[in-house]
Design a protein around this ligand. Structure first.
Ligand code: ADP
Length: 546
């Protein structure tokens, strides 16, 4: 037999085997099934070509087999498109139906004289001559193949999972080799005497896919390969057993067979379990990844919303604050004494609201990376002194508030004064808020050996459990006791923002407490020789960056 005739046969067997393997692996999977259909169509093409080659001597038979080829070939575009739809999980669309309708029409056409007729005789064999409808068919074939590549490539680009991406890459590559090389097989139909190496396309196609199957677990058919291997060993030993000549040989071979059957079953079972577990893990990892992406988008949208909303709230609130304070100062004429107290409440509430909105605004800026710090020399001692004076006059609980400075005279640091004031004010405010009676002690000192300045704010208030301590610097976290007993207006943002501000200053914030009811201490530390960045820093909470 001619070597050229063998090429399509080898190709046919390899394409059919890979198609069958894939199909057997998961009979219920649409992807596996449509791949099998495509492989079947290609097999018909290659097998028909083989039959034509071995019948070149008989003109009628050669024409018969070459027509037979088209039973498979006309379906290749439709099957490819179908395979693409299952691969991407898309629903059948217009092109899908059109593909199948055209395939059936060309199947009918290929039976007529207007598709192929007569024979070209070449040095290596024969080929039917293409007629008009064959050329129309080629337009359909080319269009679908191009659409397939463009769409599958787009799908490949959109894939997030690295494993799926690798697998799809090999599918693209395999088809890219099969279809263009295989299409050279059309040329002899137009009198171009190209050697039929086009039929080798099927072998390369199979080799690429087999590599992807083994290396990247494409179609998950590793397990079948192991099953086939195990089965062939059993058959081999079984034949040996049957062919044994002495009783002793029978016993040895039969025992070996028994051993191989048991270990083979165990092996396949274990591999199967492992494969299932890995599949499950891959599925979960994929799910997790897409959930993570969604969450991050949601988080960004939320921060953006908070920023915009807070900005819009600030202007009217500032107006309320301004007018109520002017009314209290009798700027629009004397105020009736009965209105004074309500007006003071309006003023206090608007100030609180402005602070709250400010916190939200800062939160939004932190999350979108737009919170900027403007660094200057700041005298911490002065800054804290004036804050403590303010709190002393405004607190109404009769708490004893002390401010002590030790270790040095120099408490000048490089910082954004407004932001540091916000942090410290928040800490003192908390200490007063969560202390029903007793004291709030503020202590500023230098630790020269560590080159830091430390501020300690200790109170005799409600204290914190270990569990609370661990969480208070997270966003929107409040202790249960904090919410229920004392203060209902906080939202648990202050310490989170404080932590972020301290981070931008190269400093730290932390807290200690001996337990609920035993008071708390909050600390911040700032490096003495902190060198701020040249430009105002904008930083982002990198916890959110997975
Ligand atoms: P807010 O005070 O608005 O709830 P913060 O972020 O400032 O938000 O504080 C978070 C939580 O930390 C508070 O809800 C409270 O449970 C706890 N906390 C803060 N400071 C103290 C303190 N001095 N004593 C006891 N608990 C405190």
């Amino acid at each position: 037999m001619d070597i050229f005739a063998l090429l399509p046969l080898i190709s046919a067997i390899s394409v059919f085997s890979i198609g069958l393997f894939v199909f057997l692996r998961e009979k219920d999977s649409k992807i596996h099934f449509t791949f099998f259909l495509h492989a079947l169509a290609v097999t018909v093409w290659l097998f028909g070509t083989f039959m034509m080659f071995i019948n070149t001597g008989d003109r009628e038979l050669a024409i018969f087999w070459d027509r037979f080829v088209y039973v498979g070939v006309v379906f290749i575009p439709a099957f490819m498109y179908h395979f693409y739809l299952s691969l991407t999980g898309k629903k059948p669309d217009f092109l899908f139906y059109l593909g199948y309708v055209l395939a059936f029409l060309f199947l009918v056409a290929s039976r007529t004289r207007y598709f192929v007729d007569d024979l070209f005789v070449y040095r290596w064999g024969v080929h039917t001559e293409a007629r008009f409808l064959h050329t129309v068919f080629l337009v359909y074939f080319t269009a679908y193949v191009l659409i397939w590549f463009v769409k599958t490539y787009k799908h490949y680009k959109q894939l997030k999972s690295p494993a799926l991406k690798q697998q799809t890459k090999y599918i693209l590559l395999a088809f890219f080799v099969l279809i263009p090389i295989g299409s050279l097989g059309y040329l002899p139909a137009y009198g171009i005497p190209i050697f039929p190496f086009a039929y080798l396309g099927g072998v390369v196609f199979t080799v690429i896919l087999a590599y992807a199957v083994l290396k990247h677990n494409l179609f998950n058919i590793k397990i079948i390969a192991i099953e086939v291997l195990t089965l062939s060993i059993w058959v081999f030993v079984l034949i040996r057993t049957l062919l044994s000549e002495t009783a002793q040989e029978v016993i040895v071979n039969a025992s070996l067979l028994l051993f191989l059957v048991i270990s083979g079953v165990l092996l396949v079972h274990n591999v199967l379990k492992e494969v299932r577990m890995r599949e499950e893990m891959e599925r979960l990892a994929d799910k997790l990844q897409s959930a993570n992406i969604k969450l991050r988008k949601l988080d960004e949208a939320k921060s953006e919303f908070i920023s915009i909303a807070s900005h819009q709230l600030r202007a009217p609130l500032t107006a309320i604050k301004g007018y109520s304070s002017m009314l209290l100062e009798d700027a629009f004429g004397k105020m009736p004494p009965a209105s004074k107290t309500p007006m003071e409440r309006i003023l206090q509430s608007s100030v609180r609201l402005i602070d709250l909105v400010g916190d939200f605004l800062n939160l939004g800026r932190i999350e979108t990376g737009k919170l900027e710090c403007h660094f200057k020399k700041v005298d911490l001692r002065k800054l804290i002194g004036s804050l403590v004076d303010d709190f002393k006059t405004t607190q109404t609980k009769g708490l004893k508030i002390d401010f002590e400075v030790s270790g040095s005279d120099n408490f000048i640091v490089t910082a954004d004064g407004n932001k540091i004031r916000q942090v410290i004010s928040n800490l003192i405010d908390n200490a007063i808020k969560y202390t029903p009676k007793g004291f709030v002690r503020i202590h500023l000192y230098r630790k020269n050996e560590e080159k830091i300045i430390v501020l300690e704010i200790r109170d005799s208030g409600i204290g914190m459990s270990k569990d609370t301590l661990a969480r208070i610097f997270e966003k929107f976290t409040r202790a249960r006791a904090g919410i229920s007993q004392f203060y209902t207006e906080g939202v648990g943002m202050g310490l989170y923002i404080a932590k972020e501000i301290m981070r931008a200053h190269g400093g730290k914030i932390w807290s200690e407490s001996d337990g609920e009811g035993k008071g708390s201490a909050f600390y911040i530390s700032l490096p003495i020789d902190f060198i701020p960045p040249e430009t105002p820093v904008a930083w982002k909470d990198n916890k959110n960056e997975a």
